[in-house]
Design a protein around this ligand. Sequence first.
Ligand SMILES: C[S@@+](CC[C@H](N)C(=O)[O-])C[C@H]1O[C@@H](n2cnc3c(N)ncnc32)[C@H](O)[C@@H]1O
Length: 358
Amino acid sequence: MIRPLSTFDDFRNAITAYRLPRVLIAAIELDLFTAIGTEAWAIPDLARDMKVSERGLAILCRNLAMAGLLKKQSETYRNSRLSATALNAHHPAYRGDYLRLITSHWADWGRLPESVKSGLPLDHDEPEESDYRRRFTWAMHHRTLETAPKIAAQIGLRGARTLLDLGGGPGTYAMAFLSKNPALRATVCDRPAALDVAKEIASTHKAGARLFLMPLDFLAEPIPGTYDVIWYSNVLHIYSPKDNQALFLRALAALNPGGRLLIQDAFLHDREGLFPEEASLFAVSMLLFTERGDTYKAAETRTWLTDVGFEQIKVLRMKKGTEDWEGGIMEARSPGTNAKTRERQTRSIRNSQSRSSH
Ligand SMILES: C[S@@+](CC[C@H](N)C(=O)[O-])C[C@H]1O[C@@H](n2cnc3c(N)ncnc32)[C@H](O)[C@@H]1O
């Protein structure tokens, strides 16, 4: 998008940018890429097969070819490599649960004024229902299965024996860390329905034998055990600053001395908290789908971490194009064994506990 929007043309172009996304969503809703499969189709044959109009399909396919998702050759269309795999329900690499999740957002985003007026999510009950949680967890797996190994390859965990994937959902990141670090054991902590999915995924990997499951509501209860590393990925934005501060305190108590908390999220990096664009826009999803969520400035997250006693806080640099979010990984260390730092840690935990009880 061109920014800032300073002329009426800029504004019009920004608003009409919905057109291509709607074309893509229509193709997914009609399951067009599955219908095309591995063949080259002329429009009349495909329209008959899909039971849609020739006129509608011709215009849709022309636009999908313009976007590179279909290959047009004379009067026929075939799938591109991407649409033949991730978008085709007959292919093992199909990412159906994630496609269903993101395409369903079209209708939800249409109701944005309701959430702006009420300050509340569109639906209070659905997210905790176990069938929804299972489908959402598969969607999270489909979303991160390429990113997780790239990130695990860039985060050195030498010396770490235990990792807790807090709110780990499908455990895709935990599995990626296990595959990269043969001496590591990892525990995925989440709700039972999410852990069912993590178990299923782990059973298909050799490294899955080193994956353990911990059903727990980590906001309601302390975290059992201690770990060298806690991976807290894409959870910060679901909760309020107060929830996250309470969680950081719990995480600190669950880390071995010198242990690392790694937070992955859509951090805002400028002073006013507007950029990157993706992180600002993601806050809208949090408004629509969560009761207290938002996206946060890296600077404020750093303050919450310091307040509860974390040290050596920094944003990790990842290779461009390999990240889940731009500048999206923050590392914080639990103080080491040294008596002085331990004392400071205890004092700061006590202070912040008395602050949060006011
Ligand atoms: C957006 S998903 C992120 C999954 C994974 N960490 C990733 O980065 O792809 C958030 C996960 O946190 C879990 N979660 C959120 N709040 C939780 C809580 N209070 N206790 C346990 N799990 C929680 C959800 O069930 C969900 O699986």
